[in-house]
Design a protein around this ligand. Structure first.
Ligand SMILES: [Mg+2]
Length: 192
């Protein structure tokens, strides 16, 4: 089995969501600590983070990422993988606007919103195979969550790479079949 393509989740895998949640707290008029605590509680109990807004009794504020939100290891990793001859893509449970953020740095970009298919649906991972015209065992999917990223990627026949960062990355215990990394600097050696 030789990996030919790396496909990345976006939030908390390539992008540090800290500032996004801080901006969201400010826009919603709730203290940052309160929002972060509620998000953490939802992450720990396997509930969707969008439940934070009704719990807090506020409207869902606009939330976006920008260039300054990339983790320090993200862009270098994407560049190195492509230099090493791998095909590289980014597609997460993200809105279409995220595609524009990612487009300069990867060969393939899409979004769950464009596809109308959200992780952990098996169809999401089948769509990746179709787009890359690759069998799943040629693809490594890298993500911070086991429930949405690593678990369904492995179930689809891909290599699942779990990066331990962000609230979900710390709460989730990856399955034995997953490859565990703490930084994107560990790619591609951890997989190949
Ligand atoms: Mg993520």
């Amino acid at each position: 089995m030789a990996i030919e393509a790396f496909v990345f989740d976006v939030g908390e895998t390539l992008v540090d969501e800290t500032k996004m949640w801080e901006r969201a707290a400010a826009a919603a008029g709730v203290p940052v600590f309160t929002l972060m605590g509620v998000i953490g509680g939802l992450a720990a109990t396997g509930r969707h983070h969008d439940e934070a807004w009704p719990i807090l009794g506020v409207e869902h504020p606009p939330s976006t990422w920008g260039m300054t939100d990339f983790y320090p290891d993200a862009l270098a990793c994407l560049e190195r993988l492509q230099t090493d001859g791998f095909r590289v893509g980014a597609v997460g449970n993200t809105p279409r606007e995220t595609e524009e953020l990612m487009r300069p740095y990867v060969q393939f970009v899409a979004s769950a919103a464009r596809w109308g298919i959200y992780k952990p649906a098996p169809e999401f991972f089948e769509r990746i195979c179709d787009e890359f015209v690759l069998a799943p065992d040629k693809i490594a999917y890298v993500g911070d969550r086991v429930d949405n990223d690593v678990g369904p990627a492995i179930a689809a026949g891909m290599t699942g790479v779990h990066i331990r960062r962000g609230p979900w990355g710390h709460f989730h215990d990856p399955p034995a079949a997953a490859i565990r990394i703490h930084s994107l600097d560990e790619l591609p050696e951890a997989v190949t």
